[in-house]
Ligand binder design. Structure first.
Ligand SMILES: NC(=O)C1=CN([C@@H]2O[C@H](COP(=O)(O)OP(=O)(O)OC[C@H]3O[C@@H](n4cnc5c(N)ncnc54)[C@H](OP(=O)(O)O)[C@@H]3O)[C@@H](O)[C@H]2O)C=CC1
Ligand SMILES: CC(=O)N[C@@H](CCC(=O)OP(=O)(O)O)C(=O)O
Length: 311
């Protein structure tokens, strides 16, 4: 039996990436709308209700509208937008979050795909908070740079317009109310929001997420080896999330994982000063969006978790 999948917003940046990963998979059948029907509510209602699993690749308001258009009791939903990431009744779509989370996801009807920034942040932070190496009330900072496709069609057009002279590096979110902070706080287990300092770079895709830590000031002054051991054990055997050999690196390029669904983690530090820089490298359109959606679809449908992924 095939799983019927509908991508609402399938003609947008994330939707196209997901469709590419699902193409040629005989265990799935795709319900597709013509491009001119992409905003036709009646056509979307029919497709949403005909599907076993829908993947929403829409702005937040349109994603809420899609959920309201589902009037049966079985269609399952993976929402790539921010609309439901901390909403009641939704499961956060980061299978690697903690032991047992993958099983919770498999049993869920409503799954909220993580934001791209929180994906890197939580991969670094959640195991360390769970292990007690970072106290829940520790003041954490997270910064980094993202490719401009993170801003969808509008930002891509801004960067690629013939008259555009885009900035090489542009910090944003300067009022410290970025929409990703609630999910970073909730799922890391921190009691206070991290200070989030994102930037956009003049590159299409790829991102670096960094958490600097003053280990010597933390309770118990964890060592670099303590941090390394917890991260290595959290992702041992994962085909998607890897702790890389940082000793070999003099820098981490934005493009480190390429156009893939991998998430690479690094631990840099100076044992003499008790300081560390934790870094995650991913593709904002890969594990940061489409790769995560396809991974979640596989989990919901009981299929091999990495089927269709670019690893
Ligand atoms: N880009 C990224 O790196 C990431 C994106 N996301 C999230 O995924 C979602 C999609 O983002 P992205 O693909 O980048 O966005 P895009 O702007 O590239 O695509 C959005 C798509 O949704 C369609 N759309 C917009 N409004 C409606 C509506 N009211 N009804 C039906 N269709 C509509 C658009 O149609 P039209 O062509 O007419 O505009 C377009 O095809 C967003 O919530 C985004 O925040 C999540 C993680 C990473
Ligand atoms: C460069 C850029 O603007 N990036 C987006 C995040 C992209 C993403 O993760 O998508 P969601 O909007 O679904 O969370 C931003 O910071 O808002």
């Amino acid at each position: 039996m095939t799983t019927k999948v509908f991508i609402d917003g399938g003609h947008g940046t994330t939707g196209i990436e997901i469709a590419e990963r699902l193409a040629g998979r005989p265990e799935l059948s795709l319900i597709a709308l013509d491009i001119e029907d992409r905003r036709n509510a009646a056509a979307r209602r029919d497709a949403l209700n005909a599907a076993d699993v829908v993947i929403l690749c829409l702005p937040d308001d349109a994603a809420r509208e899609s959920v309201a258009l589902i009037d049966n009791d079985h269609t399952r939903v993976i929402d790539a937008s921010t609309a439901h990431r901390v909403a009641d009744g939704w499961t956060y779509g980061f299978p690697e979050l903690e032991p047992g989370h993958r099983e919770r996801l498999a049993a869920s009807r409503y799954v909220a795909n993580p934001g791209c920034w929180p994906t890197g942040f939580l991969a670094l932070m959640r195991p360390l908070v769970l292990a007690g190496l970072i106290p829940a009330d520790w003041p954490v900072t997270v910064s980094g740079a993202s490719g401009y496709s993170g801003g969808g069609k509008t930002m891509i057009a801004d960067y690629e317009a013939s008259a555009a002279q885009p900035s090489a590096f542009r910090p944003y979110g300067l009022n410290l109310t970025h929409k990703h902070v609630p999910e970073m706080t909730r799922y890391s287990g921190l009691t206070h929001p991290p200070l989030f300092a994102p930037a956009v770079a003049n590159a299409y895709r790829g991102m670096i997420v960094e958490v600097p830590l003053q280990l010597r000031a933390m309770p118990g002054a964890p060592s670099l080896a303590d941090i390394h051991d917890v991260l290595a054990s959290a992702y041992a055997g994962s085909p998607i999330v890897t702790l890389e050999d940082s000793a070999a690196m003099s820098g981490v390029p934005l493009e480190y994982v390429g156009a893939s669904d991998r998430l690479a983690l690094f631990l840099f530090g100076n044992p003499d000063t008790g300081q560390a820089r934790l870094v995650a490298a991913l593709d904002n359109l890969g594990k940061g969006a489409a790769g995560a959606a396809v991974q979640n679809l596989n989990i919901l449908a009981g299929l091999p978790e990495t089927a269709g992924l670019r690893l």
